[in-house]
Design a protein around this ligand. Sequence first.
Ligand SMILES: Cc1cc2nc3c(=O)[nH]c(=O)nc-3n(C[C@H](O)[C@H](O)[C@H](O)COP(=O)(O)OP(=O)(O)OC[C@H]3O[C@@H](n4cnc5c(N)ncnc54)[C@H](O)[C@@H]3O)c2cc1C
Length: 391
Amino acid sequence: MDTSVAIIGSGPSGLMLGQLLHRAGIDAVVIDNKSPEHIMSRIRAGVLETVTVELLDEAGVGDRLHAKGLVHEGINLAFGGKLHRIDFEGLTGRHVVVYGQTEVTRDLMDARTASGGASVYEAEDVRIEGFDADRPTVRYRKDGTEHRLRCDFIAGCDGFHGVCRQSLPVQAYQTVERVYPFGWIGLLSDTPPVADELIYVNHERGFALCSMRSNTRSRYYLQCTLAERVEEWTDERFWTELKLRLDPQIAQRLVTGSSIEKSIAPLRSFVVEPMRFGRLFLAGDAAHIVPPTGAKGLNLAASDIRYLSRALIRFYRTGDSDGLGGYSERCLRRVWLAERFSWWMTSILHRFPDAGEFGARIQRAELEYLVRSRAAATALAESYVGLPIED
Ligand SMILES: Cc1cc2nc3c(=O)[nH]c(=O)nc-3n(C[C@H](O)[C@H](O)[C@H](O)COP(=O)(O)OP(=O)(O)OC[C@H]3O[C@@H](n4cnc5c(N)ncnc54)[C@H](O)[C@@H]3O)c2cc1C
């Protein structure tokens, strides 16, 4: 089996790329080591920037998103016993759309099935080779049989723990990383959200986030230590702790219920440089991780894929490889802006064990400045809704 582009990973990055290439008449195979059901069950991001929405429209999968997605024109910051709204629409004329990553994945998988695109799920022992030469190859085992797929390019869309980055010689790249001394425990429940818009809470007991996936499905997060395990967090303990971190009038409105998913994620900032190695292109979480505080992970994956799909389409249509040559540099400029924003949002909203009294006062001053200064609020809003993308 041969193809033009072998896409490793069937998360949002790989599926978006597959769909955009398919619509441009470029042949691709998507290979994932997990089953579609497993991939669909991963509860992750849920806030989409306009760039992401437009890319999903371009991929032909925007209908459900426009019908079911919730337009959010602002967010709330809770600190010092008060709620402060950051009005995205008023400050930037733009908004975000709340639509779960699982729904994005479902729409893309359905579209791939309908278009007859080749996908291999539950591939074992996926290996990539020859990407520094003219004809890269992907090898994998499926149902006990060895397969070899030759291709022109490999797209490494296989997430943070994937095989593509790990196949590079160590001298070919550098990584820049910050690991935060805490994580988030997230709880998903079929309960109405406590508010119409997201609430980011800075509280002495730790950060909390009231988020949602729809008008009937809520997603709440609490800052927790890295030593904690999800089994230690009964639903009751989670709801009690959340109420303690919310202002009393909001806590009173909170509708609790059984969790349908609960998980702990560590917080990390991570970038690989460069993102291109010969005929291998890394995209999405395979190349960079942001702490979820700025809601940028999925959106950065989408902007990588926008650049990569355009570069590949240009190459196949005209033979011009300039877009491929500039891929890494262009992506990394945007990646670092999102890294900065995600780090900054994390730093102003969480309790840091070693920050001390000075750190706490500076954090409070940052938040006060944000809600008093239109310029400061605009800076937050323009990064949150998504910085303009270079063409
Ligand atoms: C717990 C969690 C919570 C998150 N919450 C948020 C949030 O609130 N907001 C936000 O913006 N972002 C969030 N993110 C980040 C966001 O989900 C990711 O940025 C997004 O999933 C990136 O998409 P991707 O396709 O690049 O990678 P992934 O979604 O990780 O997809 C990678 C795919 O590659 C496959 N794969 C891995 N290894 C191999 C292999 N060896 N061979 C073949 N296939 C392989 C995997 O099975 C997977 O399907 C969260 C991430 C996590 C982990």
